[in-house]
Write a protein that binds this ligand. Structure first.
Ligand SMILES: O=C(O)CCCC[C@@H]1SC[C@@H]2NC(=O)N[C@@H]21
Length: 252
């Protein structure tokens, strides 16, 4: 791996938009490059949602990752890698009981029990069948003491541990966790990230309620494919692999 850089910006619309724009305008960036900001003015989330965060409370950053080995049909390995690095980072600050509550909700929300602790937005650029680069945008709730009523299921690390942290310290921790996972990943070995992802998947065991275009149904998670499709099996044995926008989890 060549040099990794950390770039700090005080305020930016979105670290994902900024980093993607820098690549598009031809800036020469290393294989791994992180952009972190104190405040995002137009943070983006999944499903076209906005991502709002308060300076000092959350950690908002994007990581450029170029992986020579990654094929388009394996692209979900990047989500699995990012989820594992974020979970290891949170786990570092938690006690054993708290660690047991960490889950990844498909495709890549980091949950504590039934509450969301971090969101991840990954944007890939493909050249032919290969992933040229991925921009991994991460928003981690670190020091928030409470969330607005429109985010009833959000939770922060401080609400769990009772301790506040310097967000940049958490980012440095995340880089050291990522550094331990990257050597295998860059060699094209994705089995470990997939195994960890499946083991810590939210609602992995048993039947739960989901909704697709045809309505609500009960199913169990069988697998997540290398492209990132969620394979659900209904109680009558019928199976289908869903893309992200085709299915949602329902409250139990
Ligand atoms: O859960 C989600 O909907 C994904 C949220 C991702 C938010 C992060 S914050 C840093 C990066 N820049 C963005 O605009 N979004 C991601």
């Amino acid at each position: 791996m060549d040099t990794s850089l950390l770039e700090f910006i005080d305020q930016v619309d979105s670290t994902n938009t900024y980093l993607t724009g820098q690549i598009a305008s031809g800036r020469d960036l290393p294989q791994l490059h992180t952009v972190v900001c104190r405040q995002q003015t137009a943070g983006r989330g999944m499903r076209g949602n906005t991502w709002t965060s308060r300076p000092g409370d959350s950690l908002t950053f994007s990581i450029l990752l170029r992986s020579d080995m990654l094929q388009g049909k394996q692209q979900f390995a990047v989500s699995e890698l990012a989820a594992w690095a974020v979970m290891r980072t949170f786990a570092y600050y938690m006690n054993e009981d708290q660690k047991q509550q960490l889950r990844v909700k498909w495709p890549n929300d980091i949950f504590y029990g039934d509450r969301k602790l971090a969101g991840i937005l990954i944007e890939h650029s493909l050249t032919g069948t290969r992933v040229d680069y991925s921009v991994i945008g991460i928003g981690m709730n670190i020091n928030d003491e409470a969330f607005p009523p429109e985010l009833p299921s959000a939770i922060s690390l401080r609400m769990i541990t009772g301790r506040s942290l310097e967000p940049m310290e958490v980012l440095i921790r995340l880089h050291s966790e990522l550094a331990q996972l990257l050597p295998d990943f860059l060699l094209g070995r994705y089995q470990d990230v997939h195994r960890h992802y499946m083991k810590h998947l939210y609602r992995r065991d048993g039947f739960f309620l989901f909704t697709d275009i045809q309505g609500q149904f009960r199913a169990q998670i069988k697998d997540v494919t290398p492209e990132g499709r969620l394979v659900l099996q209904r109680e009558d044995g019928w199976e289908r692999a869903y893309a992200f926008k085709e299915v949602r989890f329902d409250a139990e």
